[in-house]
Write a protein that binds this ligand. Structure first.
Ligand SMILES: [Zn+2]
Length: 469
């Protein structure tokens, strides 16, 4: 089989859902080669904590950008974009199919789309990207050059000069408020105008690099959480603690060499489990210090540190999976849908991997069929026809990414309380980030309770202070 056009298959989904396995199965079915798009798996070693596939599991399928960066080196999304594009071009030249697979969504996005779409969205709620903030020094300069102002005063200044942006930031978010003011002062144009312009350009241009087939491997939340918990237990059995101890030592050596500690932030440090088990491993190391090789039973205290490390790691893993899902459904899928109006298209599908017994039919066979059609430029099936889960989820996904400017903060006057109203005497303001969160809030039990309370108070006190309800 050969590519009738220089296309790309991308597999994404949460951690622990089976992406690597699917990539290998697909590669075998369509003459493909796998390119890793996981920010931690690019590093050499540390196979347990980074969840790398073993060479046996690879079944002789070529894997690229996997375990090739020294753990003492920094590797970022710019390096990745360059390396991945190089690999894709080489794979195309071999007349084979590149299969990009990974859970680091900004890595995936940097390859799919010509211009990084992250920057603007960095401001939006929920963005997990940690791109360096280029504006930081200017921002500080701007602040210093001014009489120190309270955050409230700065917000009011922004409300006067660029109300669209003022509506987006929480009045306490000094950094964001300063950033918007700084843009206006430095460029003479409103921050909101800059954003609108860049979004307009983005909406017009062809941003997709390759005809793309995007496969989102998805598992029901409860089922996935159970699988993730089990995987953490398995990682511990396989020797997670030895890897963490080794990583701590390597990082220590590296920072000793480079003469810095915190500013040299190593990618691997972000691996889930490293921070979570730090207290346990530290306590253990202190305890064993000077005891030579004599084995010693772990005390109750150390045992409880181990347990809480385990709980924390499970919680962090679940949280990470949740962020990944939100990014894919709110960002990546709408971006792909928006390409339907353009020349180069990204076809996006959801594969339901909730029931592992059905993997062969609902994941492997389904995706292989779609991939073959994609490669031959045949008509693709309707994405909603794959499974009830896919249909349900696709119905909730927006047709294009929402404009940053449409994203507003909402203040709930029903749930906010003045010091007089609050039982404990502390004033409380309730802000919601964006329309979705706000509409959810309006349906919440807490909000309805406060609404009933306020209506009761209004009815009994003959007060006219609660208008506009
Ligand atoms: Zn409310």
């Amino acid at each position: 089989m050969s590519l009738t056009r220089k296309g790309l298959i991308a597999i994404t989904g949460t951690t622990g859902v089976g992406k690597s396995q699917l990539a290998i199965e697909l590669a075998r079915a369509v003459n493909g080669e796998v390119i890793n798009a996981d920010a931690l798996q690019v590093y050499k070693g540390y196979d347990i904590i980074t969840n790398k596939v073993t060479s046996e599991e690879m079944l002789a399928v070529p894997h690229h950008l996997l375990g090739f960066v020294d753990s003492s080196k920094e590797y970022n999304v710019r390096n990745f974009e360059k390396d991945a594009l190089q690999k894709i071009s080489e794979i195309h030249d071999r007349n084979r199919v590149p299969i990009l697979v990974g859970g680091t969504n900004y890595y995936i996005q940097s390859v799919l789309f010509r211009k990084s779409l992250i920057k603007n969205d960095d401001y939006a709620a929920g963005a997990q990207s940690k791109l360096p903030d280029e504006s930081a020094p200017v921002e500080r300069a701007f602040e210093i050059s001014k009489e120190p102002k309270t955050t409230q005063e700065l917000w009011e200044e922004l409300k006067r000069t660029d109300p669209v942006m003022a509506d987006k930031w929480h009045p306490n978010n000094r950094r964001k408020i300063l950033r918007s003011l700084e843009v206006l002062h430095a460029t003479g144009r409103k921050h909101s105008e800059w954003i609108k312009e860049s979004e307009d350009v983005r909406n017009k241009e062809e941003s997709l690099r390759f005809p793309t087939l995007l496969l989102w491997l998805y598992a029901d939340k409860d089922i996935l959480n159970k699988r993730l918990d089990d995987r953490v237990d398995k990682m511990v059995e396989r020797g997670l603690f030895n890897e963490i101890a080794q990583l701590a030592k390597d990082l220590n050596d590296t920072s000793a060499l480079s003469g810095s500690s915190d500013d040299f932030s190593l990618g691997l440090k972000q691996a889930i489990g490293f921070r979570e088990f730090e207290p346990y491993l530290k306590a253990k190391a202190t305890m064993f210090a000077g005891r030579g090789v004599e084995p010693m039973p772990e005390t109750e205290e150390i045992e409880s540190l181990r347990k809480s490390g385990l709980d924390d790691m499970k919680t962090s893993t679940r949280r990470y999976a949740k962020r990944q899902i939100s990014w894919i459904s709110n960002k990546l899928f709408p971006e792909c849908r928006a390409t339907m109006a353009k020349e180069t298209k990204a076809y996006a599908f959801i594969l339901d991997a909730s029931v592992l017994e059905h993997w062969d039919s609902s994941v492997r066979e389904a995706s292989t069929g779609i991939a073959k059609r994609f490669i031959n430029s045949d008509i693709l099936p309707d994405a909603t026809s794959l499974s009830p889960t896919a249909a349900k989820m696709l119905a909730e996904i927006k047709d294009k990414p929402s404009s940053l400017l449409a994203w507003k903060r909402h203040y709930c006057s029903i749930c906010s309380k003045t010091a007089d109203e609050a039982r404990d005497g502390t004033a409380r303001e309730v802000w919601l980030s964006g329309d979705d969160e706000y509409s959810q809030h309006l349906k919440s039990r807490q909000h309805k309770k406060n609404l009933r309370y306020r209506k009761r108070v209004a009815a009994t006190s003959c007060s006219d202070s609660l208008k506009g309800e």
